[in-house]
Design a protein around this ligand. Structure first.
Ligand SMILES: *Cc1c(COP(=O)(O)O)cnc(C)c1O
Length: 484
């Protein structure tokens, strides 16, 4: 989902507010333009989630009328190959027959009961089976709820209050976590959004991503007050910035040495990077003695109250996106001794009228059942095809760029040097991305409308869809190169 860090949230990128370009766009997409102006009258900015408004690339967001397989069809009747996939959930493609059938069958039995029901158990079992360190999960309705609940649980379990997060990592619009700052300095955070009193982020510390020394410094200073470190398992909300080798292991070791919990936010990576998400690719995060540098944390040191689960595993995970199959379903889970602190068993309150909704759970379950080894192989193949063609096209036009990966998630940064931190990610040619984005859109390819987002592939990408992308890339690369 949207990277709501400050720079990206509040500014529109210079060069894209071009009046005549906006005018051409409305002429080309009259029904989207008309709906947008009606929407603006009754919905702030015309959208129900800010990044949909195209502020980072300019122009008019396409109102989608229907979607099937790899295709989006807008209200003007134009078709787009979908590389947005609803920001991740639509891993099987749109309206997959198995999911449609599961949802239809569930809906015919009623939409919500306010009592326990079987689909919740099946979905929880599917998650627990796939991700080994997760012993129990609780279902919620959005990734935001999952991370909000996970940090409350971590605070309740440890009796401590400080949460450490990394700049550029997005964990939903939770007050305490909307402090990405990206300052590159480890310090107590200032809120990124109006409406969040400084008190709400006063117990949040932001550290540069991939910087174990900075984290070690924070632990050395206030380690006994840190309830948890929360991290995207492999960040995809500042573009794709995977952890450098040993980073997550070092984070794990620091948390263990100081009795803090590690919360791995797999809302985006979960069930997308592998059957067990990013954890399935990189976990368990074994402690590496060399990784922590002068922070000097003894490897393998485990906090006295940590349970029997592998010391290299995160204590808590959060999930969303793919596991809801396009419906509002998300989850947080992990060690059973920690999860036992949740109401009704324990003192940490958490609840939801629609939590574990039977129709959403049916969609999630059918989607996860479609996430087979064969699907992951196809995702990887499509992503490789698209990324290498995009890279070749940009190279041919002399456009500085760099592709970064996390499983089949990838993004293209419009700069050459490696991107390890949020500051790196922001140091790119976003105007070139805007031209590239719009050229692709005109040719029938819908990317995420920001240079700071992951490109998502689905198992529905077929030869026709791939060839539309491959044919569109050379002209898009040319557009990125010129007009700057
Ligand atoms: C999308 C996302 C969230 C927030 O999920 P919502 O369902 O949009 O509330 C949290 N964390 C990560 C890593 C995400 O990508």
């Amino acid at each position: 989902m949207p990277n709501r860090a400050a720079a990206d949230l509040t500014t529109s990128i210079a060069g894209h507010d071009d009046e005549s370009a906006a005018h051409d766009e409305s002429a080309a997409s009259p029904r989207s333009a008309a709906l947008l102006s009606r929407a603006r009258a009754v919905i702030p900015g015309g959208v129900n989630s800010p990044v949909r408004a195209f502020r980072a690339v300019g122009g008019i967001p396409r109102f989608i009328a229907s979607a099937s397989g790899p295709w989006l069809t807008d209200v003007d009747g134009r078709r787009y190959v979908d590389l947005l996939c609803s920001w991740g959930p639509m891993i099987l493609g749109h309206a997959h027959p198995d999911v449609v059938e599961a949802v239809t069958r569930a809906a015919a039995r009623g939409f919500s009961y306010g009592t326990p029901s079987e689909n919740e158990v099946l979905l929880a079992e599917e998650i627990v089976t796939r991700v080994a360190p997760v012993e129990q999960v609780r279902l919620v309705s959005s990734g935001t709820e999952a991370t909000m609940s996970a940090i409350r649980l971590a605070r309740g379990f440890t009796g401590r209050s400080i949460i450490v997060k990394f700049a550029g990592c997005y964990h939903g619009h939770v007050d305490a976590l909307l402090a990405a700052a990206g300052s590159g300095v480890a310090t107590f955070a200032l809120p990124d959004s109006a409406g969040i009193p400084a008190e709400m982020t006063a117990e949040t510390i932001v550290v540069p991503y991939n910087d174990l020394e900075a984290l070690a410094t924070v632990f050395a200073r206030v380690g006994d007050r840190i309830a948890a470190v929360i991290t995207e398992a492999a960040p995809g909300n500042m573009g794709v910035v995977p952890p450098v080798p040993g980073f997550t292991a070092g984070v794990r070791a620091l948390c263990s040495a100081h009795g803090a919990l590690l919360i791995s936010d797999e809302v985006m990576t979960g069930f997308r990077c592998s059957p067990a998400g990013w954890y399935g690719l990189e976990g368990p995060y074994a402690a590496d003695p060399g990784a922590v540098g002068s922070g000097a944390v003894a490897p393998g040191v485990v906090a006295p109250d940590s349970g029997a689960v592998d010391a290299g595993a995160p204590d808590l995970f959060t999930f969303g996106k793919v596991m809801g199959g396009g419906f509002p379903a998300a989850a947080f889970g992990g060690r059973a001794d920690i999860m036992a602190c949740l109401a009704p068993e324990g003192p940490v309150y958490q609840a939801g009228t629609l939590s574990g909704n039977p129709v959403a759970a049916a969609a999630g379950l059918a989607t996860l059942r479609g996430c087979t080894p064969d699907l992951y192989a196809r995702l990887h193949e499509s992503a490789t095809t698209i990324a290498s063609a995009a890279s070749a096209a940009l190279r041919a036009e002399g456009v500085a760029h760099r592709v970064q990966w996390a499983g089949s998630m990838f993004s293209i940064f419009f700069r050459e040097a490696p991107v390890l931190t949020y500051d790196d990610a922001r140091d790119q040619d976003t105007a070139a991305f805007g031209r590239f984005f719009h050229a692709l859109l005109r040719s029938g390819v819908h990317l995420p409308p920001s240079a700071f987002e992951t490109w998502f592939v689905s198992g529905a990408l077929d030869e026709e869809a791939l060839s539309v992308i491959l044919e569109a890339l050379p002209a898009a690369a040319r557009a990125a190169a010129v007009g700057g």
